[in-house]
Design a protein around this ligand. Sequence first.
Ligand SMILES: Nc1nc2c(c(=O)[nH]1)N=C([C@H](O)[C@H](O)COP(=O)(O)OP(=O)(O)OP(=O)(O)O)CN2
Ligand code: ZN
Length: 141
Amino acid sequence: MLRVTKIFRFETAHAIFGYCGSCKNIHGHSYVLHVTVQQANPNEGFLDGTGFVMDFKDLKRIVKAQVVDKMDHCIILSEAYLAQNPHLGSLENLDIWPIEPTAENILLKVKSAIEGAMPPEVKLCRLKLYETADSYAEWEA
Ligand SMILES: Nc1nc2c(c(=O)[nH]1)N=C([C@H](O)[C@H](O)COP(=O)(O)OP(=O)(O)OP(=O)(O)O)CN2
Ligand SMILES: [Zn+2]
């Protein structure tokens, strides 16, 4: 299967409510996101026209608008976390989620944010979100 991938980076802070450990405190990560796409109707031959599965520049424009520009330098906290720490509600760039902002849930948010923005000839097929150099969440169609 022919696939192309583009890698994005963003800096985001979060905390995990109810976590028994240091991740219950607000801290940041330099997230690394791998976005992989394939043709919606693949064939095994050479690619006609531009020869692209998808122009990397188009992929960049979509993911930047839907994900990076929204999450970069943002603080994501759950409603549960805010309920226990109401003084944090006035923080600038605060994004409040009904779920915990784990690597898994951030990845699923990313998926729903960019899936609908893909052109019809392209299918989102794989996402990888590195929270640290050696910890990542992955989704594959
Ligand atoms: N399945 C998940 N587990 C954990 C998540 C997560 O999102 N999904 N998040 C955290 C913390 O937010 C943080 O990412 C710590 O993760 P970890 O990989 O343990 O980070 P370090 O390598 O820096 O931790 P060390 O203490 O140095 O091993 C926790 N778990
Ligand atoms: Zn973390």
